[in-house]
Design a protein around this ligand. Sequence first.
Ligand code: KG4
Ligand code: ZN
Length: 351
Amino acid sequence: MEPVGQFLAPVLAIESSCDDTSVALVTVDGNVVSCLSQSQDAVHTTFGGIVPELASRNHGLHLLPLIQRVLNESQVEPRELSGLAVTSRPGLIGSLLVGVVTAKTLAMAWRLDWVGVNHLEGHLLAPFLRDSAYSPAFSFDEPFVALAVSGGHSSLYEVQRPGHYRILGSTLDDAAGEAFDKFAKMIGLGFPGGPLVDRLAENGDPAKYHFPRGLIHDPSLNFSFSGLKSAAHRIIESLSPGGLEAERPHLCASFQEAVVEALLVKLDRARELLGVRRYVLTGGVSANRRLRCGVEGWAGGHGVQVLIPPPRYCTDNAAMIGFAGALRLAAGERSAWDLGPRPSALPGDFS
Ligand code: KG4
Ligand code: ZN
């Protein structure tokens, strides 16, 4: 799965595993020709979380117009594509189905090869994307450890090279992004909560309230974030009526500090165990400013290299799916017509 030179015909990529519809054109060297996304935040915010039925209906509304825009704006014709890549797993079945069926239909109509990609593989390769404003400081020419933190996943991986991923540890309960979203809901913020907590925390005291740092004394590389909910509940109950409003910045800063510290402890344990020199931070939560700063400080303190993609490649996007798909297609992989959407990974995606 090494890039085969500067093969510049782009792959058209589709990401619709959750609530964002995204379409991109990406070449096998990770160059993003175009990436357009349609957020559904406004649809789901009134429900305080993602409503799967509404997510799939909205993918159905937005996907084809986005594909048309990406091709038109880049002046790329379907016959100029090297193939199609689509997230086929894991995710919400109805949402994935819209992307997978669209990709298969276009592949048949345009007589192109297509490949179904694991969404997490996309996140693992996102730090290596490049565009006119971003280029990675190092490549995947040597093994690295990835901390992938999103709304659905929080895991550490050892990556030998693209296509060869070993899970070192995962969350035993909530994902980090899920914890941010649930906490935001408890203190009366909107959805998704992560960016709102990040913003409010800016003016808060991270030491004012104590939130548990799950599993930090456990020797494994697993995480646990479910204890944060009961701690938040207790703290909120203890506040005087009307006190929540004034305390929100401090609550956000203290909560965020606990999540960041728990992640940093396990990242450092992975460094001690594996002795790897290169690290990447990826997934929606890696857009968090305190986490980015903490991970950069940690890397500097230990003389290791870390790559953190710009926020547009941290959260869900089709560019990362296109990159993973382009590498797979270049390596000769093709998906069969009977590959459908799956809620979980395929055996063999990770070891
Ligand atoms: O990777 P992603 O876009 O979707 C999944 O694959 O889940 O991650 C979305 C998650 C949400 O839980 C969102 O609240 C969180 O990433 N997130 C953040 C920030 N931006 C997005 N969490 C903390 N701070 C942020 N700035
Ligand atoms: Zn994601």
